[in-house]
Ligand binder design. Structure first.
Ligand code: GLN
Length: 449
């Protein structure tokens, strides 16, 4: 609690549940004494401001949800509580998860604890910095196009986006439903594995969640010296926008893996240039539909300046949503409009299928794909905020896993010349989280040696 108070200036939390957390800790202590405590007894977890926690505020870091209180627990939150985790607070993020630097929050940006003039990454920036600064042990973030992995990379953490449908989305405020995933940020692979095994799995409240059995990830982390076949994308390593130190870190890891008798080969991904546009067409289309529910009528912010129903809608939405969210709603509405639907939305759906098929074909030959998490390390505040396209390019490597629906993890892999953490990313086939976590642990060990 002292650290949270001392590091308030980082702006990682929007609410702190101090009294409640202390009360719960006392109850859990008693359970521990009686040997009846759950798997996560006493684990201090923070949750992104897009995940519902009953009777607590939820705003998606947006003015439009001013005063909104969750009426139920997200399934993931309920499962954390059932295993005796302690929820410490609600974490800052980009508004509705739209952004890559946490600068699009109605509550102001989150600062990187390593260098306060730099961004945390986004959109789960508060979730990453809270772990980085020692304010909690684990955070639940959301990853629609990289929002768990990219801030994890910028803050030197492990960040997992599981397979789409592995974790229930019940109680997760929607951005782009066919991409949205709850993800986990922590300092150690072991903590990520334990939390995943608690929150993943079938849920009658979400018809899209997989019924596949959930393995005991945390008990299966030893790699037993297994040798893997790994591919890396020539397009990502040769990309001119890739920061040279990240390229070197990638090459170094490739060489170390080779020297440990893993097979590691370059491959081409001819659809590479379509991945980012496909994501931004489909995600904005889904956002324009999902965010239509915020109209000022039933809950949240309502403009005091309106005099009829249509001006109530217009003024509430113009005053309640930030600039980036408005831009995306407009873009999404445009790609869904009848004259452009076939040219953009339909076309992007087809390309998405081709990208997924290509990734599936790669995973029929390889265990993993290795690539950078982001093209750069943590950039300066305001460095990209005036140019949205430049900001979208920060997602160049992270959106691929969301477009394909496959699991991906960012792991810390050294530092750049300025001492800022570098993140490398491993992608695997659907539901291969066990293998992914195991190999991530092995790579972290290799990089340490
Ligand atoms: N930066 C990406 C975007 O702005 C990803 C966001 C996310 O994963 N929630 O859409």
């Amino acid at each position: 609690m002292a650290v949270i108070e001392q590091k308030k200036n980082l702006n990682a939390f929007l609410s702190i549940y101090a009294d409640e957390a202390i009360h719960r800790a006392e109850l859990i202590d008693q359970k521990i004494k009686k040997h009846s405590a759950g798997k996560l007894a006493g684990l201090v977890v923070g949750i992104k401001d897009l995940i519902c926690y009953k009777d607590h505020p939820l705003q998606g870091a947006s003015k439009i949800l001013d005063g909104f209180i969750s009426q139920f627990n997200a399934t993931a939150v309920q499962r954390l509580l059932d295993e005796d985790a302690i929820i410490i607070g609600r974490q800052n993020c980009d508004e509705f998860g739209m952004g890559s630097s946490n600068e699009n929050s109605a509550f102001g940006p989150v600062l990187n604890d390593l260098d306060n003039s730099r961004v945390s990454g986004g959109s789960s920036g508060g979730s990453a910095v809270a772990v980085q600064a020692g304010m909690c042990q684990v955070s639940l973030g959301t990853d629609t196009g990289g929002s768990v992995r990219q801030p994890a990379a910028f803050c030197g953490l492990v960040g997992l986006k599981p397979t789409y449908s592995r974790i229930s989305r019940y109680g997760l405020a929607a951005y782009a439903s066919s991409f949205d995933c709850i993800g986990i940020l922590a300092n150690h692979v072991e903590d990520v594995a334990l939390v995943l095994e608690v929150i993943a799995g079938a849920d009658e409240m979400d018809s899209t969640v997989s019924r596949k059995e959930v393995p005991l990830y945390s008990q299966d982390l030893s790699s037993q010296n297994q040798k893997y076949k790994i591919a890396y994308l020539s397009e990502s390593i040769e990309n001119p926008s890739l920061q040279p130190e990240i390229k070197s870190a990638l090459i170094e890891t490739i060489e170390k893996l080779r020297s440990q008798s893993h097979t590691i080969e370059p491959i081409d991904f001819p659809l590479n240039e379509y991945v980012l546009p496909t994501y931004y067409i489909l995600a904005t289309a889904e956002a324009s539909s999902n965010l239509s529910r915020y109209d000022g009528v039933r809950y949240g912010y309502r403009s005091p300046h309106s005099n009829d129903l249509s001006s109530l809608y217009k003024k509430t939405r113009s005053e309640g949503f930030g600039k980036e969210v408005q831009r995306r709603i407009l873009l999404g509405t445009f790609v869904l409009s009848s004259s452009y639907y076939d040219a953009y939305y339909n076309k992007a759906q087809k390309v998405r299928r081709l990208i997924r098929n290509k990734m599936k074909e790669i995973f029929s030959r390889y265990d993993f794909v290795l690539m950078p998490t982001a093209p750069t390390t943590a950039f300066k505040l305001s460095e990209h905020s005036s140019d949205p396209v430049e900001m979208y390019l920060a997602d160049l490597f992270s959106v691929q896993a969301n477009v394909a629906g496959i699991p991906a993890i960012s792991i810390p892999s050294g530092k750049d010349k300025q001492g800022l953490p570098i993140g490398l990313q491993l992608l695997a086939d659907d539901f291969e989280e066990c293998k992914l976590l195991r190999f991530s642990r092995a790579i972290i060990e290799i990089n340490r040696s």
